[in-house]
Design a protein around this ligand. Structure first.
Ligand code: 5GP
Length: 175
């Protein structure tokens, strides 16, 4: 597969993603029997995962989004995290499930969890579609993981490289 001159190798197919999203949704339905549940999508990478997840869960949920500065055109983390868009609503007293595309070093998630926990949610958990566990530099709890992947740069299903490739249906390694 070819786009803007780079080659892509499929790592996780659309079918595998959809199956796993259904399984994650079932686990979420089981674990949150009652109370208001906010799914908080981390822009922009998690938008497509969130869109599929919200239709796969059966319990009622509410949506919100939070924006975090990304790597820009670089492929490695600077460790610098910046809030670019805050939540629209108060999460005090609500169950909050952060919906992340990928956890890599864990720095972004650590920042987010500190920020959100200061707002007194009833509970705070994380669902991440992808987990590059071997790259972690700080311990962060990830309650639901779609796929553990090796240390390779991936794009597609919402994930970009310099804003390209987000619309790919499969998750691909950018080579
Ligand atoms: P962390 O702070 O855990 O190092 O990085 C988390 C963020 O880095 C993700 O939300 C994502 O935006 C970006 N990221 C980390 N690894 C990858 C990758 O393999 N592909 C893409 N497209 N983004 C990544």
């Amino acid at each position: 597969m070819q786009e803007t001159g780079r080659s892509l190798r499929v790592l996780i197919t659309e079918r595998e993603i959809q199956q796993r999203v259904r399984e994650l949704a079932e686990a979420i339905d089981r674990d949150y029997p009652e109370g208001i549940l906010y799914l908080v999508g981390v822009l922009k990478g998690a938008a497509i995962f969130l869109a599929d997840l919200v239709r796969a869960v059966r319990r009622p949920v509410r949506l919100d989004f939070i924006g975090i500065s990304s790597y820009g055109a670089a492929k490695t983390s600077s460790g610098e995290v910046r809030l670019t868009k805050d939540l629209d609503v108060s999460i005090a007293g609500a169950h909050v499930l952060v919906v992340e595309d990928i956890v890599d070093t864990g720095l972004t998630l650590r920042y987010l969890l500190r920020l959100l926990s200061s707002r007194q949610p009833r509970s705070l958990r994380v669902v991440a579609l992808l987990d590059k566990r071997e790259r972690r530099v700080c311990e962060v709890p990830v309650d639901y993981v779609g796929f553990v992947i090796p240390d390779q740069f991936v794009v597609g299903y919402g994930l970009d490289y310099a804003e390209d490739y987000r619309g790919l249906r499969d998750i691909c390694v950018l080579e």
